[in-house]
Unconditional design. Sequence first.
Length: 354
Amino acid sequence: MKKPVIILLHLGYWMVYLLLLLLFFGAFVPTMAPQNRELHLADAFVQWIKLMAGFAVVPGAIGFYVFYSFLFTKLLTRKKIVVFFAAAIATALGAAFAGMVILAVTGQHNVFSMEESEAVIPITLFISFIAMVNGIIGLVMRGFITWYGDLKLKEELNRKNFEMELALIKAQMNPHFLFNTINNIDVLIQKDSVKASMYLNQLSDMLRFMLYETKTEEIELAKEIAYVEKYIALQKIRTSNPGYIQYVLEGDPGNRLIAPMLFIPFIENAFKYAENKKSDKAIDIRIAIGKNTVTFECSNHYAAVNQVSPEQGGLGNELIRKRLELLYPGNHDLRISRSDTVYRVKLDIVQHEN
């Protein structure tokens, strides 16, 4: 929910609250006037303001905003129910104490004196009740704002996922990659039918992966890595230089899950803009699986005369960043840099095993 709307909700609530207090003033003026015939209406209004400040306004504001800002976010959403109720009672009593201080300072009721000490308990209970009611309203308002925000976030996530699905279809069925791979396998059939069959099976596995596995929000990290390895293997058919591509995998994926097709856009980009295939280590791809993180690194050398930026390849870095923000908010770090003729990507993702 947008901040101006939230501010309007707060202003609307307090305007209604103060209006109700003003209506109470209008109802109680006739009962107040006979007690002091010389008391003017303006004086009665000032006295009423002092009373309401101590009995309703300040305690109500304390209850509302402590519940709204602290108890909801720090305790209730974290399911610390016992601590929540204890803090709620403490807040109500604290608001009652603040209200009684205001009443004493303004000369309305000095419950701290011996003359009015018998009124401490009823006044404390009354002000605590006012603070608690306002606190509950604050909880309801914060809950509504949070629910509405979550609803909008889910809608945004669904929309982004839909956009990503369309973009993934375009990226997955890259006609140039598919056409070149089939041609390379066709040529290889004449030279080594066994190896050609192996590559054809890998291509079949990749197509099956793209058609079925990428429809879910998360897949096994092992399957994602297997797809990457098959993609690299098929790209290697196009060069006779075994050192053109360097690929390193560290760690065991175990049962870890990850969003599908996170790495492949960067790898596609690297192959698209990498320089001469006769160069050694023109493309360097590393995947490191740690205790709590998955780190993906990809770098490629590109020709200095190349006027096309590698950042324009793949799905587009901006779209990838948005996807990461939606899927791994606060649990990822994407760094992209260019130096001389080397383009580097490093992606860290916090991901735990099931």
